[in-house]
Design a protein around this ligand. Structure first.
Ligand code: AMP
Length: 369
C-alpha cells in the first residue's frame, strides 16, 4: 500500500466511492480549495457525479475499473458504508484510502460494530446476535420487550428493522427482518437522540463539532438542532466517547457517532459512520469550517479548520415531495437551501436540506422546538 507522507497540494484529485449527496457536497468543498474529485459509482448521472471533474460509472466489484480509478487519483475515500470491503482493500494496493478498510469494516456489520464498542468500553444498549428464531426467542427472554431486531448488514434509515413489543410473534419478526443474521437490541427509553461529528488527521490531531440533537420521522432524520439541548456534563461525555472511538479506529477523515441520551442522562452509542453525516449538514452555514471542508482537509493531510460555530442552527431535511416547496425556500432570507440534483422525488428519498440560522446561544433554552 502507498502511505501518504505529505499533504496533497491543490490540483490533486480525490477519488470518492459512492455518488450520493455526501459525495456531492464533498466534491463542492474540495473544488473550493482547488482540488478535483473523481466519482466512482454505478450510476452515470449520480448526484455527486454532476459536480465532479471525472466520473467512472461501474460496479463496485469491477476490478479493472477500480484499478484505473485508483491509478488516476491521489487519495481515495468513500461516502457510504456499503462499498464491498474487498474493493477497498483492492484499491489500497494502489493508493491510500482514508479512512481505511479497518474503519469501514467496523461500521459495516452491526454485530462487529457492537463487539468493537464493547471492547473499548463504550456504553451501548444490551444486545444479542440473532441467527435463527430460537436465538430470537432466547434473546427476547434475556433482554425483555420492547426490543428492536435489526439486520446485521445493509440496513439504513430503518430498513431491515422490526420493533418487537408484547404482541409480536418472534417467527414473524425474524421473517420480517429479511435477512438471516441480525442483532436484537433492548429498546432504549431515550430522552433525545444526539450525534457528534469528529474529524481526525493522520498525525492524530482531532477536533469535533458540538453535539447536536436529531429528530426522526419514520426512522429518517427529519431535523437537526445545533447545539443539542443537553447539560454541559452530557456534552463532555458525548465528545469524549466520540474521540475514543475515532482514536481506536485511527480514523483519518470524519467519524459520526449517533447516541441516545437516556432519561437519567446516560449516553448509549447507537451507530457509527466513518464519513460525513446528515446530522452535520448544519455546519455548512453555521460554522467556520463545514464538515465537508473538514473532511477534505483531513484526507488531504491539510491542517484541520476551526469547528467554531458562529450561529445556532436548525437543519431540516427535504424528503420526497418536501422539495416541491423550493420556491418558498429560495425566497426566504433566513433559509439556506441545498439541493442534491436528484430528479425523481420518490417518498423517503433525501432530496436536499434547508439550514436556518439563529443567534448564537439562543436555541439552548427553547422548549418549543
Ligand atoms: P438506526 O438505523 O439503528 O440508526 O435506527 C434508526 C432509529 O430507530 C434511531 O435513530 C432511533 O430513533 C430508533 N432506534 C433504533 N434502535 C433503537 C433502540 N435500541 N431503542 C430505541 N430506539 C431505537
Amino acid at each position: 500500500m502507498t502511505e501518504l507522507t505529505k499533504p496533497i497540494a491543490p490540483g490533486g484529485t480525490i477519488g470518492i466511492l459512492g455518488g450520493g449527496q455526501l459525495g456531492r457536497m464533498t466534491a463542492l468543498a474540495a473544488a473550493q480549495l482547488g482540488y478535483r474529485c473523481h466519482i466512482f459509482s454505478p450510476d452515470a448521472g449520480s448526484s455527486a457525479g454532476q459536480v465532479a471533474a471525472a466520473v467512472t460509472a461501474a460496479d463496485y466489484t469491477n476490478l479493472e475499473a477500480l484499478e484505473a480509478f485508483a491509478k488516476s487519483i491521489d487519495v481515495a475515500t468513500f461516502e457510504f458504508e456499503n462499498i464491498p470491503i474487498e474493493s477497498i482493500r483492492f484499491i489500497e494496493k494502489f493508493v491510500s484510502v482514508r479512512p481505511g478498510a479497518n474503519a469501514l469494516s467496523a461500521a459495516q456489520d452491526r454485530s462487529d460494530e457492537k463487539a468493537f464498542l464493547e471492547d473499548i468500553d463504550v456504553p451501548i444498549s444490551p444486545y444479542r446476535i440473532i441467527e435463527c428464531v430460537d436465538d430470537l426467542e432466547q434473546g427476547l427472554s434475556n433482554l425483555g420487550r420492547p426490543a428492536v431486531l435489526k439486520t446485521a448488514r445493509l440496513g439504513y434509515d430503518g430498513k431491515g428493522q422490526v420493533f418487537i413489543d408484547d404482541n409480536v410473534d418472534p417467527a414473524t419478526a425474524y421473517a420480517e427482518m429479511g435477512a438471516a443474521r441480525g442483532v436484537l437490541e433492548q429498546w432504549v427509553d431515550f430522552k433525545l437522540e444526539i450525534s457528534v461529528v469528529v474529524a481526525r488527521s493522520a498525525d492524530g490531531s482531532s477536533d469535533c463539532y458540538t453535539p447536536v440533537e436529531n429528530q426522526h420521522q419514520h426512522h429518517i432524520l427529519s431535523r437537526t438542532i445545533a447545539p443539542a439541548r443537553i447539560s454541559a456534563a452530557c456534552v463532555d461525555r458525548a465528545e469524549t466517547i466520540a474521540w475514543r472511538i475515532a482514536n481506536a479506529l485511527e480514523i483519518v477523515g470524519l467519524l459520526a457517532v449517533e447516541m441516545f441520551v437516556t432519561q437519567d442522562d446516560e449516553i448509549l452509542v447507537n451507530e457509527i459512520a466513518p464519513r460525513p453525516h446528515n446530522s452535520g449538514h448544519w455546519t455548512m452555514d453555521a460554522c467556520a469550517t463545514s464538515q465537508f471542508d473538514q473532511f477534505v482537509r483531513a484526507i488531504l493531510g491539510l491542517p484541520l479548520g476551526s469547528t467554531t460555530r458562529h450561529s445556532d442552527a436548525i437543519m431540516t431535511n427535504l424528503i420526497g415531495q418536501d422539495v416541491a416547496d423550493w420556491e418558498s425556500f429560495v425566497a426566504d432570507d433566513s433559509a439556506h437551501m441545498h439541493l442534491y440534483g436528484k430528479h425523481d422525488a420518490r417518498p423517503r428519498r433525501k432530496m436536499g436540506h434547508v439550514n436556518r440560522l439563529y443567534l448564537l446561544g439562543s436555541l439552548k433554552d427553547r422548549i418549543d422546538l
